[in-house]
Write a protein that binds this ligand. Sequence first.
Ligand code: ADP
Ligand code: MG
Length: 452
Amino acid sequence: MTTAQPSTHTDGGSRPVIIEADSVTKTFSTPDGRALPVLEGVSFHLAEGEIVALLGKSGSGKSTLLRCAAGLISPSSGSVAYRGTPLNAANPGVAMVFQSFALLPWLTVQQNVELSLRARGVGREERRERALKAIDLIGLDGFEGAYPKELSGGMRQRVGFARALVVEPDALLMDEPFSALDVLTSENLRSELVGLWEGHEAPVKSILIVTHNIEEAVLLADRILVLSSNPGRILAELTVGLPRPRDRRTPAFETLVDNVYGLLTGREERPPEPAVAGEKAARPAATPTTVPLPQASVGGLAGLLEILLARGGEDGLAEISDELNFEIDDLLPLVDAAVMLGLATVSDARLALTDEGREFTAADILTSKQRFARLAATRAPLVRAITQALAATDDGTLRESFFLDLLQRGFSAEEARRQLDVAIDWGRYGELFDYDADDREFVREPGGAAQP
Ligand code: ADP
Ligand code: MG
């Protein structure tokens, strides 16, 4: 439903611009009142006739950016315009699809779909007709009277799509709409969406999709905006010139996927890693909040390195993730951890073991633990901070709240907890310290593997 005035504002290819974000910055507050910068200076546009993907790691601010584009939250600075008019309320030209479906359980499929029209003041008869048409279009024929709990995940998300499409929005905004579905169901729904889009049957003029899945972005989008993390900025914009439907197995497709892998695994703007040999400590700039720990367990990290060793010590990231059936969200934290600890390097989307990484992987368990302890205590800022703080105590114990408070200066409460959990895993493996879950405190390991 196009409610705003048509605008002559166009993109470079003279297509009317539907949404334009200009230097959007969003800062949240942490529980102790400090600023948490989530988006910084993000500018992009969405024009008629295009599908744009916002791609980034988990926590990079994708959902926040999408909510700004929908006018559900306002940027801390910068602005979002809909057809040339700056937003100061919900964007009238968009409809959204969420990962969690967000259906009302006490309403039938048809009632759920009609709900978005009711909110827009559409009369009863027209509501019915349009809802039935949308339900038909998205393959829900026969399920009009069913309740959400009677439907599979895939069918529920079809209701999510019907509810968005029924209003015929200028822009369809989707937040990881396929990531709660199993592989086959999501593949199926994605290709149906592409079919509707290509056949001009979908009553939308543009699509903005948020995803952490590189292949999904390359399958669907005309342009991919790659977001960096902490804070989210636009790292790169890629044009995907491939005809649809797209085949994952073509060299052009694989090259694009490789390029994006390379961008997302780049070290972004972090300081260069210090050399391992003789290194006492990482650079002063690397603190637990400026260089967060990747969400990687030591077990997962060791597994990745073993696979890499079995593959000759080096392989393409796309090949590794294919082989393991991993999504980027699963693989990237392990890669980031390997790079942080100096066990592997990434270049041109290829992961290669360092000498340190080879020795770590080939060594017996005690030697591996000692090597890991040394690397973690020098190169992982939070592990280093905990180890040093414990060394400075009289009784060798420290409450976890001490570190949680520190972490909450840079992270949300949930992220602070996640950071601490990773540090506990790493510190325990290296026998640098132990964690007492009953007393919620860290305990020094005086005779651990760190001091061979
Ligand atoms: P993504 O969708 O890329 O995973 P989000 O936009 O959901 O990322 O979140 C980015 C960061 O902003 C996260 O660290 C998250 O904890 C934080 N965040 C999101 N919403 C809020 C909020 N309302 N208040 C405080 N922090 C938030
Ligand atoms: Mg999100």
